[in-house]
Design a protein around this ligand. Structure first.
Ligand code: ZN
Ligand code: ZN
Ligand code: FE
Length: 753
């Protein structure tokens, strides 16, 4: 038999995810000798054996790789044979050599779940059971290399049994850094509001009892604290809302298993698979009328945010008499989620009745991720726990960039080579805690991925705290337009670099002309863009404050069109319109905006929908849901006016058509169907026009408004019919949580020139 020796260099997410033991077991199984080790270039494998054995290895390498790994590339070269008699794992002690891709936190795997509920297992009901394929990762890492002494597990020396598992390549806990057992690992306990420990033999059972009695419990989890209440208890839910300062925004639910989830919501295959995935995000699903939960969980909303238990503690809490818990981030309003025991007791003592604590520290907070299925694809709304810090891979390698994101739903990004590390969800930078968290996250990602950025990319908005922070640093700066970043973000995750048409429908973004943009057709690529079409700019009376009162925006749009001859609109009858009209007349504090989000607010409010909102985009969401997933037949085409080679979509015909329909007594359902239908056709019409002008057939959709399923799916469908090639977000959010990726792409391009 002719012996052949090859060296493979494997790249991707292949370190800290059980990859070496997998290679070890596979080589042994196939009968190859050689070695495997981690290096800074990736995992290096040397294999010696027959051609057939090599072939078998290659085939199974891709088919059977561990669940947390992602193979991006395999480089293979033939090398001289050697005198090996066995296959070995070579330990690496060199810090540079283990410059690793850190895995996100991973939901409890099936093997661990079986052990958790096996009364003969030594980890029976142990709330911190984990293995090489599951458990905490990103949130417990303090520094690199990813090794126990650099994680919050450093306080828990392994007992002998755990140590043996940890050392054994054949064990499923080989090099599982958070490995632990009741003998040596972290523990849980229950306290009252003051932090005084409640003596208990079984804190989990006692917590379940308290929840069943309607109490609010702050539960320390993986990426932070949750506030939990029994989802069937409307009084408990109301108390939670009151405490949290959240009166209408939907609350997320954790459901014991898939069967219970199916009683609450309709699930298609994609949603099903995503609930069960290792990321275990919150999935926004269509609720069932028969769902047996308190009515105040998602008032006025036809969707429910559902997740399955993703830590052993969650499994234990939901394995007995409670089936569904409200599990919402433990914070007041939009502040960052709490992670520290003392911090929680201080900040949450007015919010929670009891605390279920543990002593495994969380170094980096990470909120639950939120996803939603649209056009048969699961799309992120909030990319955080389970996904971050898994990199997005760009088409080509580039200089290291720090992108500081926007203001709301802030996410930062740091790039290295062809990899972009997007942070977990940071939140709204307007509050101080979030701003501190923002700075800490930048430091942390720079440290654990050893990134030294050459350039900071920020939004053009001078008032964003992220922009101000960037300007205080000593690195070179590059400011990019908000919607150009949206466009570049969608292009980057889809590996596009040729010029495209971008339909960017958004809430707010600072324009290059100092007005607020947000309803834009851009044509461009990473090196620049032209604003080819947009909505006619309209005044926003009172500025950003008007966003909380959609009726004011409705009034403003109406006033621009009809002036003092305001038509009678039932929705406006009960408002004090005079002060707003005066503000508009005098043009004080009324910045101009071409925002599509604001147009939705205006139309929703005038149609009789939400007049004041309690959470972001509430008016638009409820207005969309009023259409009951249908577009109907009623249609107006809002033909753009061409001015200086620009297409401006005038507001006048939109308002006139709306008013005539309102006066004809159309219902909100009919109005919503008409508006969505008309907007889609108008967008398609402009796209056809721009294709004729530019010869470009690729269309990118981005911006927060495309979380509107009726608009998004309808537009995609009609663009497909017109033979456009459409490109959409699947890896990062279409909202501002995704713009940091675009900022990186724009920054790299800028430095290349
Ligand atoms: Zn496991
Ligand atoms: Zn142990
Ligand atoms: Fe935006």
């Amino acid at each position: 038999m002719k012996l052949l020796r090859r060296r493979l260099t494997i790249n991707g997410i292949v370190q800290g995810v059980g990859f070496r033991p997998f290679i070890y077991a596979l080589a042994k199984d196939v009968g190859l000798v050689g070695s495997v080790c981690n290096t800074s270039d990736g995992v290096k494998v040397e294999l010696q054996g027959s051609t057939l054995q090599h072939e078998q290895f290659n085939k199974r390498l891709h088919g059977e790789a561990p669940p947390l790994s992602t193979i991006i590339s395999v480089k293979s070269e033939e090398i001289p044979t050697a005198e090996d008699s066995d296959f070995i794992i070579i330990a690496s002690h060199d810090k540079a050599a283990v410059s690793t891709l850190i895995s996100p936190d991973v939901a409890t795997c099936e093997d661990c779940k079986l052990e958790l509920f096996d009364s003969t297992n030594r980890r029976y009901k142990y709330p911190f059971i984990n293995c090489t394929n599951c458990g905490p990762r990103y949130t417990i890492i303090e520094n690199i290399p990813y090794d126990r002494p650099y994680t919050s597990m450093k306080h828990f020396p392994l007992c002998e049994v755990c140590h043996t598992e940890y050392q054994d390549p054949a064990d499923r806990r080989f090099h599982a850094q958070p490995n632990a057992c009741p003998e040596c690992g972290p523990e849980i306990w229950l306290t009252d509001q003051k932090g005084d420990k409640i003596e208990s033999n079984d804190p989990v059972s006692d917590t379940i009892e308290l929840l069943a009695r309607g109490k609010i419990i702050a539960i320390k989890g993986l990426g932070g604290f949750h506030l939990a209440v029994d989802a069937s208890n409307a009084d408990a839910v109301a108390a939670l809302r009151m405490a949290k300062g959240r009166d209408e925004k939907p609350l997320a639910l954790m459901v014991s298993n898939l069967d219970s989830a199916k009683e609450l919501v309709q699930l298609n295959q994609e949603e099903n698979d995503t609930l069960l995935s290792i990321q275990a995000p919150i999935v926004l699903c269509t609720s069932r009328a028969s769902a047996k939960i308190a009515s105040n969980i998602a008032p006025g909303n036809d969707r429910l945010g559902i997740m399955l238990p993703y830590t052993p503690l969650h499994h234990l809490l939901l394995s007995e008499k409670l089936d569904t818990l409200v599990m919402t981030s433990a914070n007041f309003s939009e502040e960052p989620i709490c992670i520290d025991n003392d911090e929680a007791l201080e900040r949450l003592s007015d919010l929670a009745d009891y605390f279920l604590l543990h002593n495994r520290d969380i170094y980096l907070r990470s909120d639950d991720s939120v996803v939603m299925e649209m056009s048969n694809t699961i799309r992120p709304i909030r990319r955080s726990r389970g996904y971050a810090p898994r990199p997005i891979f760009l088409k080509k390698s580039g200089p290291s960039i720090l992108a500081v994101g926007g203001e709301l739903k802030n996410v930062v990004a740091l790039s290295k080579g062809e990899k972009v590390f997007l942070s977990q969800h940071i939140g709204d930078l307007e509050n101080l805690e979030a701003y501190e968290f923002f700075q800490m996250t930048i430091d942390h990602i720079q440290r654990i991925f050893e990134i030294e950025p050459e350039l900071i990319v920020h939004d053009l908005h001078p008032e964003y705290l992220s922009t101000k922070w960037a300007k205080d640093q000593s690195l070179p700066l590059f400011g990019v337009q908000h919607h150009h970043a949206h466009l570049a973000s969608c292009m980057a995750e889809n590996n596009l670099d040729e010029p495209v048409i971008g339909i960017i429908m958004d809430g707010t973004g600072y324009g290059t002309d100092g007005t607020i943009w947000g309803g834009e057709f851009l044509v461009g690529d990473a090196s620049g863009f032209e604003r080819m079409a947009h909505f006619e700019p309209m005044p926003l009376p009172g500025g950003e404050a008007a966003i909380k009162s959609p009726w004011r925006i409705g009034l403003s749009y109406l006033y621009q069109v009809f002036g003092d001859n305001l038509p009678a609109i039932p929705a406006l009858e009960n408002h004090d319109i005079q002060p707003i009209v005066q503000m508009l007349e005098a043009r004080i504090n009324s910045p101009l905006t071409s925002s599509c989000g604001r147009l939705f607010d205006a139309v929703a409010a005038l149609s009789g929908g939400r007049q004041e909102i309690r959470y972001e985009a509430q008016a638009a969401i409820e207005f969309m849901q009023a259409a009951q997933n249908q577009l109907g037949n009623d249609l107006s085409l809002f033909k753009p006016l061409s001015i200086d080679k620009k297409h401006i979509i005038p507001i006048k015909p939109i308002m006139e058509s709306l008013v005539s329909r309102i006066q004809a007594g159309k219902t909100i359902r009919q109005l919503s169907q008409w508006f969505h239908h008309s907007l889609i056709q108008t967008f398609v019409d402009i796209s056809v026009q721009l294709r004729a002008e530019t010869g470009i057939n690729k269309i990118v959709l981005s911006g927060g408004v495309f979380q509107n399923q009726l608009l998004f799916e309808g537009l995609l469908r009609d663009l497909d019919t017109r033979k456009f090639s459409t490109i959409t977000h699947q890896q990062v959010p279409t909202n501002d949580g995704g713009i940091a990726l675009g900022q990186v792409a724009l920054g790299q391009n800028y430095l290349r020139k």
